[in-house]
Ligand binder design. Structure first.
Ligand code: KG4
Ligand code: ZN
Length: 343
């Protein structure tokens, strides 16, 4: 079965074609980052308008690359939430209209389910159950994943998400928006040990996180020191080391508390190379394995939505696979309320 995935929850228009027999056939992405960077963050109205401009050309491109046509599709999967309401409405309305016109089902996908399942697009794939560390611009959560749709929240951030902390700290260091990737590049020039920042909630005894205090600690350092390029890099590295240590320790604690040995990392911060190195070596010394999505599928993309849609389509009885005639989007949507499916 061939599924078209449409992702428009924030500032990336992602389109992909996933085939249940042959895997990912093609995918295309347009990032609005340049447009929003002028404003230091995502401007929701501009995001919606730009998705409108991009979705149809990207769908055409994705179909052409895979040498497929609209009438080859068996279903449309679109991100139904959570995210920016106006941006979500673009993908949802186009997905629903295509479903209605082509008389094929439309599936509203949870954006975070897409992220959680994205490591299953690569090989080797983790087997259920596993622990997932979801680290994006809007979320920092540790989940137990028992099956597709069966997610149990073990811990989450009580304030800023890890990606948000990277972005805010990058801004303090004058690195632009979103700064996670730029900060991690700058940290490569940093000298470890010059500055030591706090490890928030490292010993809290639970699996929750807190990152908002770190940017205040960074601001204090910036105010105290002359900002030479070397000092900037040293601060960037100290910040990254603090975040990476907390994420690593809590992920390992989640594995041992759940008696599991597979950890999946998803979301944009999962692209961070220091986090990857640290998690992999810490997990390996304890006999655990870490699975990552391909770098291009760490941040928002259409492939994870097409894949999650395909998983859900396979378990929908044929008689209930109806074209959509209406739709809603869910700007807020609790992942734990999803229906579990057996694949
Ligand atoms: O998953 P994602 O694309 O979007 C959300 O759903 O939020 O994640 C974007 C976040 C941004 O905060 C960005 O700064 C961060 O991921 N990010 C990184 C890196 N690449 C992207 N953070 C740290 N290191 C990176 N290499
Ligand atoms: Zn995301």
């Amino acid at each position: 079965m061939l599924v078209l995935g449409i992702e428009t929850s924030c500032d990336e228009t992602g389109i992909a074609l996933f085939d249940t027999e042959h895997g990912l056939l093609s995918h295309a992405l347009y990032s609005q980052i340049e447009m929003h960077s002028e404003y230091g963050g995502v401007v929701p109205e501009l995001a919606s308008r730009d998705h409108i401009r991009r979705v149809l050309p990207l769908i055409k491109e994705t179909l052409n690359t895979a040498r497929c046509q609209l009438h080859d599709l068996d279903a449309i999967a679109y991100t139904q939430g959570p995210g920016l309401a106006g941006a979500l409405l673009v993908g949802a309305s186009i997905g629903t209209a295509l479903s209605f016109a082509l008389k094929i089902p439309a599936l509203g996908i949870h954006h975070l389910e897409g992220h959680l399942l994205s490591p299953l697009l690569s090989t080797p794939t983790p087997k259920f159950p596993f622990i997932a560390l979801l680290v994006s611009g809007g979320h920092t959560q540790l989940m137990r994943v028992n099956a597709v749709g069966e997610y149990q929240l073990l811990g989450e951030t009580v304030d800023d998400a890890a990606g948000e902390a990277f972005d805010k700290t990058a801004k303090l260091l004058g690195l632009g928006y979103p700064g996670g990737s730029a900060l991690s590049k700058l940290a490569l020039q940093g000298r470890s040990g010059r500055f030591k920042l706090p490890r928030p909630m490292l010993h809290s005894g639970d699996l929750n996180f807190s990152f908002s205090g770190l940017k205040t600690a960074v601001l204090t350092l910036i105010n105290k020191h002359e900002m030479t390029p070397q000092t900037q890099a040293d601060i960037a590295l100290a910040f990254q080391e603090a975040v990476v240590e907390v994420l690593t320790e809590k992920s390992l604690a989640a594995l041992s508390q759940s008696d599991l040995t597979q950890l999946v990392v998803a979301g944009g911060v999962g692209a961070n190379s220091q986090l990857r190195q640290n998690l992999t070596s810490a997990a390996n010394t304890r006999g655990a394995t870490v699975f990552y999505p391909e770098l291009e599928f760490c941040t928002d993309n259409g492939a994870m939505i097409a894949f999650a849609g395909a998983m859900r389509l396979q378990t929908t009885p044929p008689q209930t696979r109806q074209p959509a005639s209406s739709f809603t989007v869910r700007a807020r949507w609790n992942l734990e309320t999803l229906e579990a499916i057996d694949i």
